[in-house]
Design a protein around this ligand. Structure first.
Ligand code: ZN
Length: 151
């Protein structure tokens, strides 16, 4: 059986959530009936790639829609530090149309992201609803992105 995760990350890849706020958000999610068993908090010193696992089908240019999957693999290798983290998400020239975008701005389907803090909900029973997302945003004091992932 494959595992299904919902990963909650700050909208800003460089944002470090403080542990107290992250724990409050975790406690809230664990109390919601949507959560299965547990919510894990992961902290990284620099942005980590937060992927959608088996749901990731396509990576495209945000401007022209060109397929960037092959280019993206090399660009990720070049951008990753020795620790596998992405200290800099600089804009790069894209091979499709020549415009510039950062790895965080590409169109990932399903969505992926980069983040220093992740709240990982394992095998939730139900979908996160908008009011759950808003409550977590209030607890963290920032906009969040929700990444759906399957291993
Ligand atoms: Zn393009």
């Amino acid at each position: 059986m494959s595992n299904y995760y919902v990963k909650i990350i700050p909208d800003n890849p460089y944002c470090h959530v403080d542990m107290q706020a992250a724990e409050k958000a975790r406690d809230y999610l664990e109390e919601c009936s949507m959560v299965a068993m547990s919510v894990e908090i992961e902290m990284h010193e620099a942005p980590a790639f937060v992927d959608s696992g088996g749901y990731l089908q396509e990576i495209a240019c945000p401007f022209c829609g060109g397929d960037l999957l092959d280019w993206w693999k090399d660009a990720m290798d070049a951008a990753a530090g020795e620790n596998g983290l992405f200290a800099e998400l600089d804009e790069k020239q894209l091979p499709c149309c020549g415009r510039r975008a950062s790895l965080n701005e590409l169109k990932y389907d399903y969505p992926c992201g980069f983040a220093c803090t992740e709240l990982i909900v394992l095998n939730p029973r139900n979908q996160l609803e908008q009011h759950h997302i808003e409550a977590v945003e209030r607890l963290l004091g920032m906009r969040i992105k929700v990444i759906y992932s399957r291993i």
